[in-house]
Every structure is written in C-alpha cells, then in structure tokens.
Design a protein around this ligand. Structure first.
Ligand SMILES: [Fe+2]
Length: 171
C-alpha cells in the first residue's frame, strides 16, 4: 500500500479505493478457482469484476483522468490502455464461460496486470490528485460518480443512490 498521504480522506478517492479493494479480493478468488480448474467460477467472478470496474472506470476516465492528463499525459494514456486490455479479457466471459482454452491463462495474466495497475493508481495518480485538483475538479468527479453509480455492495446496510453523490453540489 502507499504511505498515507491523506488522499483517502477525500470521498471520491476513498470510494475508488474501496472498489479497488473489492476487485483485488476477487482477483485472489479467480486465482484460487483456476488453480482448481474451475473455469466456470472464474468466469462468474470475472463478470463481477467487470461489473465493479464499469462505473469505476467511467469515474476515472471521464472525471479524474482528464484533470490529471495535462500534467501526466503519458502516465494517464498508459493507464487507459491497461483499462482497455483488462476490459477485453473480462468481456470474453460476459455471456458465459469462454470455450477458448487459452482464456484462463490470458485472464490470469490480465488480472496480474490489473493488480499492478491498481497499485500504480493508488501510489501515483491518487496521491497526485491532492496537488492537482481544485474544488471545481472534485465537483466534476462527484458529478461523474453521480452519473455512473457504483456496483459496490454498501457496508452496514447503507444503500447509497447516485443521488447521494450530488449533495456536495447542492450545498
Ligand atoms: Fe482504478
């Protein structure tokens, strides 16, 4: 994990990080399923990962990243390229268990890349947002989250609705 820099205190970054944590836990599950040759379970969990990453990626790419791209253009471009790579290997399981015998190995490689990718975001882009984003920037990210929603299962029976994310804007 990154050293504590305070970025986790920002709601938008905290939520992106909780999504990362959920994805990382599912990556471990997929690895265990594939060790047991349970491709069907790996495909099921891959669909859950894709579900979590859907709104997450919208918030990053349409909210956060455009604000970071001026200062870190190559870094952001590389992260977006990795998003496309992981999406494509996960998409192969969208409609069921892939028949392609090379899929499990490609999935494992993709998930390994995704774990590294998540660390890069948490150790690089997320802490850097503290110095780059201003209030308008954070409002833009919150608005994007409001549109995108979240596939996270909320803790403690709290049921967030996309509307909840607008409260900062109305204040
Ligand atoms: Fe991310």
């Amino acid at each position: 994990m990154c050293e504590y820099c305070g970025c986790q205190d920002i709601a938008a970054i905290g939520e992106l990080t909780r999504e990362h944590d959920a994805v990382v836990a599912h990556i471990a599950e997929v690895r265990a399923f594939l060790r047991d040759d349970s491709v069907e379970d790996a495909a099921k969990t891959s669909r859950r990962i894709a579900e979590l990453l859907g709104p997450h990626t919208v918030v990053e790419e349409e909210g956060l990243f455009p604000l970071m791209a001026e200062e870190f253009p190559d870094h952001i471009e590389a992260l977006e390229g990795e998003h496309r790579q992981i999406e494509s290997v996960l998409a192969e399981a969208a409609d069921g268990t892939p028949d392609d015998p090379t899929w499990p190995a490609r999935l494992l490689a993709g998930l390994e890349m995704l774990r590294e990718h998540i660390l890069k975001e948490q150790n690089g882009v997320f802490p850097a947002t503290l110095t780059v984003l201003d209030t308008a920037g954070w409002e833009r990210v919150a608005t994007m989250r409001g549109h995108a929603g979240s596939a996270l299962v909320p803790p403690h029976g709290h049921h967030p609705h996309p509307r909840d994310h607008h409260h900062r804007l109305g204040a």
